[in-house]
Design a binder for this molecule. Structure first.
Ligand SMILES: [Zn+2]
Length: 244
């Protein structure tokens, strides 16, 4: 009798996996500039290299597995998956590379996605084609699209230029597939999603919560992200990863 009950429970567990096993809460972090703030622009768009390194080492210590969007299918296979993303393609993102190199170990492989604005590549304060290639060659980075000119996509007329042309331009530089787009200002509507689906597998917003796979329509085109700011302390950072 007892053996039968155990068997029944096992069968039920396979048919109806508990939410704890079937639903992974995935943090997708969003950063912009990694640099000291010198009084130019919006302060909260900066994170100092020192703070960024502390945050990365926290992820390492806590056993997180940083992923890029090419490895989406590993979400349910790896321990504590996390995505680290950078928007706008600032030149100061070059400071991330030595931080990643220092943090890398046989157990911890840093990985991040940089969303670049294709028409801005090579501007004085933005990453150049050579920088992007260097990032790709390092094995730590995936370079993806943040559109061609950074408009509010819900208002722009030329969606095809912003989505399809930016993808092609970035792919021509990196020789890697561009499969994800970060919507400027997180602005997205159903028209934008439909156009995005023609060119990309993933679309990222700035809704501040964890990503949880729920099987909802278009959920991979409305991926939320958790904001890390200048004022985020390491305690805030730990809390950010526990909440939402
Ligand atoms: Zn942006």
């Amino acid at each position: 009798m007892r053996k039968i009950s155990v068997f029944v429970i096992l069968v039920l567990t396979v048919i109806f996996p508990s939410p704890a096993f079937s639903q992974v809460k995935v943090p997708v972090l969003i950063y912009h500039s990694i640099d000291a703030y010198t009084g130019h622009g919006e302060k909260e768009l900066y994170v100092t290299p020192e703070n960024f390194e502390k945050q990365l080492l926290y992820l390492k210590k806590q056993g997180y597995t940083p992923l890029t969007f090419e490895k989406w299918q590993e979400l349910k296979r790896v321990k504590k998956p996390i995505f680290i993303t950078f928007d706008d393609g600032y030149k100061n993102n070059l400071t991330i590379l030595p931080i990643f190199q220092r943090a890398a170990s046989p157990q911890f492989h840093p990985a991040a996605t940089i969303f670049v604005i294709s028409d801005f590549i090579g501007r004085p304060n933005r990453l150049s084609p050579a920088d992007l290639k260097k990032f790709v060659d390092s094995g730590f980075f995936s370079i993806q699209s943040h559109t061609a000119t950074h408009p509010d996509l819900t208002k722009t007329k030329n969606l095809s230029y912003e989505l399809a042309d930016s993808k092609r331009k970035i792919e021509a530089i990196t020789s890697q597939p561009v499969i994800a787009v970060a919507y400027p200002y997180g602005k997205v509507n159903s028209r934008v999603v439909e156009e995005t689906k023609k060119n990309y597998t993933f679309g990222l917003s700035t809704i501040p919560k964890f990503f949880t796979e729920s099987g909802q329509k278009n959920e991979n085109y409305l991926i939320p992200r958790l904001y890390v700011a200048y004022s985020t302390t390491i305690e805030d950072f730990a809390k950010l990863l526990k909440e939402s």
